[in-house]
Design a protein around this ligand. Structure first.
Ligand code: 6PG
Length: 509
């Protein structure tokens, strides 16, 4: 047990993310006191990994508290949910101070973070920080999305900026040269203070919603090319690798190219991807994003489609049964192969623009709803490196919001507008091909419906409002009268037997 507080920060929870984050912090010259509920895990970790003087192993919460310099900073990396409260309570009961900062770095629901900050306000400074990048990111530079008390941020900032991924200040490209003991120390850190209480975890949730749709779009591109062109995994891998040299350059495209060229360890000459069961799992952050969109009334339809696509994939048995009675066309394509590959690439890029537009629209609404002031250029900038959705494209979004911080929708930025102008004929052709060939492409299609809906002066909601007024006296506004004036018609009902009924005159039921 240490005699005097030596550590710059404490970390609780030595699963893979916790271990890697602790090593990352230690690599940057900070001393980290580590604690795990199962002491053996902590002992083994220290024995295996202890960088010279970087880690202080603690067997009890009391030891951990005694080991950290004041104001104490603790990172909690435990499963999101009740475990976060349990650990926070443990720290409080063990005697932390009101000024001590407890940072939840898990994938917590932002409303829990808002609640926890209030609930623990008399006992500590509860702070939320999203962390993205998986285990490699945690080890060598994640994207960090902090939100909470601004004074606490000043204490956390040196560590957060040191351990975050870095991008080249000129190109915005990630600097990915870190190895154990040799961290990246130059470049622009992929972290910034995002706002009070749940703002950091909210932005992380949106990141994950976008991650869902990004992955779904890539899946659809892969599926259309393999079904319409009969391409096998290695050739598809080469196509994704080529795309990764252009506008689609991103971590998810790069790993797709890697995945598609992976041979199957159990069948010589075959590829692993063809043996992986087609049912997608999920931990729930995409669903949270969709729920939030529904709660706030924001049309994030592609993000939600990506969640539904995972649900549909999980109905494997039902799908097998349904494949027999439910008929559709047999995919066939006789056109030019290169043209189709380029068209799918454009469809992917245009849909991706729409998906990000939805994610940023959600954040725009959320800042009103939760009383935050989110800086969209900064959010895009801290996603350029370290996180799962990191991409060259994020520099373009950073530029768009730097040009106009009040941009109403990403689609209205001149760069993105031009990209869609250029790619949309191909995009439409791909969507039609998917439909005529009976190939599901919900993300491509919903992104297009969003684009076409968003640019439409008139939509058929006039008829819908009439229907609502007809059956429920819900009233309507008129195109030739000022907004806010509501009308109701006592609709004649020729199709209904003429019986006497009383109709409501106002807002309906
Ligand atoms: C990240 C990821 C990560 C998430 C996984 C799994 O940013 O590093 O978003 O936080 O846990 O991607 O998410 P699902 O199980 O929901 O696919």
């Amino acid at each position: 047990m240490p005699q005097q507080p030596l550590a710059d920060i404490g970390l609780i929870g030595l699963a893979v993310m916790g271990e890697n984050l602790a090593l990352n912090i230690a690599d940057h010259g900070f001393k980290v006191a580590v604690y795990n509920r199962t002491t053996d895990i902590m002992r083994k970790f220290i024995a295996r990994e202890n960088p010279p003087g970087g880690l202080v192993g603690c067997e009890t919460i009391q030891q951990l508290i005694a080991a950290v310099k004041r104001p104490r900073k603790f990172i909690i990396l435990v499963k999101a949910g009740p475990a976060v409260d349990a650990v926070t309570q443990q720290l409080i009961e063990a005697g932390i101070d009101t000024d001590d900062i407890v940072v939840d770095c898990g994938n917590s629901l932002f409303t829990d973070t808002i609640r926890r900050e209030k609930q623990y306000a008399d006992e500590c400074k509860f702070f939320g920080s999203g962390v993205s990048g998986g285990e490699i990111g945690a080890r060598f530079g994640p994207s960090l999305m902090p939100g909470g008390d601004p004074n606490s941020w000043q204490h956390l900032r040196p560590i957060w900026e040191a351990i975050a991924a870095k991008v080249d200040p000129k190109t915005g490209k990630p600097i990915e040269t870190a190895t154990p003991g040799h961290p990246v120390t130059t470049g622009v850190p992929c972290t910034a203070y995002l706002g009070p209480n749940g703002a950091g975890h909210y932005v992380k949730m949106i990141h994950n919603g976008i991650e869902y749709i990004d992955m779904q779009l890539i899946g659809e591109a892969y599926w259309l090319m393999s079904n319409l062109l009969g391409l096998k995994a290695p050739e598809l891998s080469r196509i994704f690798a080529t795309w990764n040299q252009g506008d689609l350059d991103s971590y998810l495209i790069q790993i797709t190219a890697d995945i598609l060229q992976q041979p199957d360890p159990m069948h010589m000459g075959d590829y692993l991807v063809d043996y992986i069961l087609d049912t997608a799992g999920q931990k729930g952050t995409g669903k949270w994003t969709s729920t939030n969109a529904l709660d706030m009334g924001v049309p994030a339809n592609s993000i939600t489609e990506a969640v539904f696509a995972r649900f549909l994939s999980a109905l494997k048995h039902e799908r097998i049964d349904a494949s027999k009675p439910l008929t559709g066309p047999t995919p066939s394509y006789t056109g030019n192969k290169e043209q189709l590959i380029n068209a799918v690439r454009d469809a992917l890029y245009c849909s991706k623009i729409c998906a990000y537009a939805q994610g940023f629209q959600l954040m725009r609404e959320a800042q009103k709803e939760y009383n935050w002031k989110l800086d969209f250029a900064t959010i895009a900038a801290i996603w350029r490196g370290g996180c799962i959705i990191r991409a060259r494209f994020l520099q373009k979004i950073t530029d768009a919001y730097t040009r106009n911080s009040d941009l109403v929708n990403l689609l209205l930025d001149p760069y993105f507008n031009d990209q869609i102008k250029t790619g949309q004929t191909n995009w439409r052709n791909v969507v039609s091909l998917a439909a005529t060939n009976g190939l599901p492409a919900p993300a491509f299609m919903s992104a297009m419906a969003y684009y076409d809906g968003y640019r439409s002066v008139r939509l058929p909601a006039n008829l819908l409002q009439a229907q609502r007024d007809y059956f429920g006296a819900h009233t309507y506004e008129r195109t030739d009268q000022p907004r806010g004036q509501f009308y109701h018609l006592d609709w004649p009902e020729p199709s209904r037997p003429q019986i006497a009924i009383v109709k409501g005159a106002g807002g309906g039921h």
